[in-house]
Write a protein that binds this ligand. Sequence first.
Ligand code: K2U
Ligand code: ZN
Length: 174
Amino acid sequence: MAVKKILIEPNKILRQVSQPVNEVNKEIQKLLDDMLETMYSANGIGLAAIQIGIPKNLIVIDLLTKEKKKDPMYFINPKIIKQSEKLSKYEEGCLSIPNLFAEVKRPSECEVQYLDYRGEKKILKAAGLLATCIQHEIDHLNGILFIDYLSKLKRDIILKKLSKQKIEQKRLVI
Ligand code: K2U
Ligand code: ZN
């Protein structure tokens, strides 16, 4: 397994629409393994392949709820097939938008159809943080970031802070 570099917004690659996976094979499983290791090392609870620059419909999630015991979930070609009318608010973050959080409203529950790590067809009913995370990650596969749901004012403030962070990091490297 390998830890990969996570792309940071603003980055055109993060706005790409990812493509379906045609065959679940060793190469795809290795990619899922690397995504999971990258997510754990970044203290995230979800990661989409596009965040490491791979435009494929692949997501990993681990909410680490049971006493921080690892219980990874793998989603290949995930598709939301139902969403509740009821909405829930959650203060979202993103590994591609480091150290910045904002409240986002999303359907409280969703049903997602996908292939699992072995390529088996599955349907999952999700609620709470899992529902939020799945919808956040599937947004990534469509080139959508949580800041896109914010007002222009809030989004511009966040983008300004991100650009400042990037300049400061460049200074540190030199
Ligand atoms: O897509 C990502 O960058 C992963 C997000 C997933 C996430 C976003 C919003 C709400 C829940 C999950 C990161 O894990 S953001 C860091 C984080 C960690 C724990 C809880 C919430 C956010
Ligand atoms: Zn994200």
